[in-house]
Design a protein around this ligand. Structure first.
Ligand code: HEC
Length: 187
């Protein structure tokens, strides 16, 4: 019996060691702050490193001029060229949607809204193999999460089915992404 327990402990120790090595080597391949396929966070410095996909203006309520929100969408480097070639998002592609409140006023071009206060970010990570079957933030080919402004590493999302997917059903045929809003993807 003792021998058996020892064997179990030794196996667990070995597993810990092996996973330790794995974590070490994966952190070498994946510098801190970058999104890996396993971790959901707002990628560090994405405004400088990422490609701009496009912008959505959300109209203000009736009677109020301008846009009440601006949504700016960024995507990880190389993803646009890959999509234009294959029509697909390659594994590991990260999409970041910034959500801004706006200011609206008269400018020399007319009534104009511009991005003002950042409310937070939506982040999606492509995972075509659905490699996180146990997680409620991963599925249907993506990782899904929301981050409040100021907390880029701590998602408040708990279940993508209820937090996200219902609203993305109109985009189901384009892999859940509203591609029609991004002229750069058109070939
Ligand atoms: C109220 C409906 C709604 C909810 C809830 C919602 N989305 Fe979206 N999402 C949209 C719409 C509509 C767009 C495109 C237009 C826009 O931004 O207003 C969009 C765009 C996006 C984009 C930019 C890429 C694209 O599809 O064009 C990302 C990334 C995104 N959503 C992620 C998420 C994630 C992750 C969640 C859950 C945590 C979520 N969304 C919840 C409706 C929603």
């Amino acid at each position: 019996m003792k021998k058996h327990i020892f064997a179990v402990a030794a196996t667990a120790g070995l597993a810990a060691l092996v996973s330790g090595i794995f974590v070490m080597s994966s952190s070498v391949a994946q510098p801190a702050g970058l999104v890996s396929r396993d971790s959901l966070r707002v990628p560090e410095n994405y405004r400088m490193r990422y490609e701009v996909l496009g912008t959505w203006a959300i109209a203000a309520d009736a009677g109020t001029p301008g846009a009440k929100e601006m949504h700016n969408v960024f995507v990880s480097p190389g993803a646009i060229a890959a999509y234009r070639k294959s029509g697909k998002w390659k594994d590991g592609t990260v999409l970041v949607k910034e959500v801004y409140g706006t200011s609206t006023g008269n400018m020399t071009t007319g009534t104009v809204s511009h991005a003002d206060t950042l409310k937070g970010w939506f982040v999606m990570v492509k995972d075509s193999k659905n490699s996180h079957p146990g997680s409620k933030l991963w599925g249907d080919g993506w990782g899904w999460s929301w981050f409040d402004a100021g907390k880029p590493t701590q998602t408040t999302s708990t279940d993508y089915h209820t937090d996200c997917q219902g609203c993305h059903i109109p985009a189901k045929n384009t892999d859940w992404i509203y591609t029609q809003g991004y002229p750069v993807l058109k070939r």
